[in-house]
Design a binder for this molecule. Structure first.
Ligand SMILES: [Zn+2]
Length: 209
């Protein structure tokens, strides 16, 4: 049976394939190869900026298969210039798929990504309109939806629009069963749960292999 996949989580799980996010400066970095993402969260940009070169080397030289979550956040209160500098520096050295944290900053994030080539970028916990989703897809990005995404009407429309080959699901920090998310998203997209599992599994594999 095809397993459930979870492209962005902060915990370990036994019932699915997942990419665990490791927040630099806070979480312990795994010493084995595995599908984890490692990066400077925009919330930590000011705190970690003084040692940015050291952190960039860690991101480049650890066993992380992805870089993240990195990005821009317009409502977190961290200095925008520092957020931008820290995000751009990580995008420049990533050379791996990127997990994006974007809060009201999709356009600015896409501009930075455009400057650094064609790395697959996954917009995690996506909240936005179908138009914003289409722009991300046009630029080669993926959209990852979580329970939080389902609370926004425009995002429900983006979820219905999202092309199958760019769709991913995630649990992020919620302890709610991910099978419930699969059931809800399948109903919203009008597909069977089995089909949704196959779709997201294929995309997950493409990113992590
Ligand atoms: Zn997260």
């Amino acid at each position: 049976m095809t397993p459930l996949t979870d492209i962005h989580t902060h915990s370990d799980h036994s019932d699915r394939l997942y990419v665990k996010n490791i927040r630099l400066g806070t979480d312990e970095i795994p010493s084995n190869k595995g599908p984890f993402s490692l990066g400077i969260h925009p919330w930590d940009a000011a705190l970690l900026y003084p040692d940015i070169d050291k952190h960039l080397r860690i991101i480049q030289n650890s066993y992380n298969e992805l870089v993240g979550e990195i990005g821009l956040d317009k409502i977190c209160g961290v200095d925008w210039g520092l957020q931008m500098e820290v995000f751009e520096a990580q995008a420049a050295v990533a050379q791996r798929p990127i997990i994006i944290h974007s809060v009201r900053a999709h356009r600015e994030v896409l501009e930075v990504l455009k400057r650094h080539g064609s790395l697959p970028a996954i917009f995690h916990a996506f909240v936005g309109s179908p138009e914003q989703a289409a722009e991300i897809v046009r630029q080669g990005g993926y959209l990852s939806f979580g329970f939080g995404s389902l609370r926004s009407t425009k995002t429900l429309r983006a979820l219905q629009y999202c092309p199958s080959e760019r769709l991913l699901l995630e649990s992020d920090t919620t302890p709610l069963p991910i099978a419930k998310l699969y059931a809800q998203v399948a109903a919203i997209r009008g597909v069977s749960k089995e089909e949704l599992i196959e779709t997201t599994y294929k995309n997950f594999k493409q990113i992590t292999e």
